[in-house]
Design a protein around this ligand. Structure first.
Ligand code: G3D
Length: 190
């Protein structure tokens, strides 16, 4: 059973809704990752288009919602996506591990996100994908953690996985972790 099915089933049982934000700079692989995570029968439907700043994907059963933001473009859409911070139960932060130059920008965006008033004081789980691990210039997930300053995050559970969104490699491990974290948050404590 995939991430969607498993989490949706758990949430469905409790009539809860979970919101997951999928964020990162443009072109880092957000859309490709979400497509991989969708149930097999929905994977080849073209209902997710490349993200232009902002894209909300709501699953049919309505218990699980993915909202995808591009954190690029001088924050043109920032006001729109900040609206979703209050309601989110988990964050997937996608990093292009082969684009060391823009990792500095990704780090700045991460810092702004983590300091936001609606995120700062909450123990929201953050899953990082060091994506595009298949590319020759890709840095390891350990190196990625250090470039992104992840070791300084102490008030939120976080986890990083190297991934290849084209093949799906690494995605499973990451979403297993996120599922467990959200399960505790949404079902365990609310
Ligand atoms: P975005 O939604 O974050 O903007 P996309 O990014 O999912 O649209 O991906 C941007 C490009 O990167 C796409 O290529 C996609 O196929 C590619 N990509 C995504 N993940 C990986 C990966 O893990 N490895 C490699 N090698 N490429 C990846 P195109 O050519 O369609 O623009």
């Amino acid at each position: 059973m995939g991430f969607f099915d498993r989490l949706a089933q758990l949430l469905g049982l409790k009539k809860k809704e979970a919101n997951v934000l999928v964020v990162g700079l443009d072109n880092c692989g957000k859309t490709t990752i979400i497509n991989q995570l969708k149930p097999a029968d929905a994977q080849n439907t073209h209902d997710i288009v490349p993200t232009v700043g902002f894209n909300v994907e709501k699953l049919k059963n309505k218990s699980l919602q993915f909202t995808i933001f591009d954190m690029s473009g001088q924050g043109r859409y920032r006001n729109l996506w900040e609206h979703y911070y209050k309601e989110c139960h988990g964050i997937i932060f996608v990093i292009d591990s082969a684009d060391k130059l823009r990792m500095v920008v990704a780090k700045d965006e991460l810092d702004v996100l983590l300091q936001h008033q609606d995120i700062r004081n909450r123990r929201i789980p953050v899953l990082f994908f060091a994506n595009k691990m298949d590319l020759r210039d890709a840095v390891s997930s350990v190196k990625c953690s250090s470039l992104m300053g992840l070791l300084t995050i102490r008030d939120k559970p976080w986890h990083i996985c190297a991934s290849n969104a084209l093949t799906g490699e690494g995605l499973h491990e990451g979403v297993e972790w996120l599922t467990d974290q959200i399960k505790d948050l949404v079902i365990g404590k609310k």
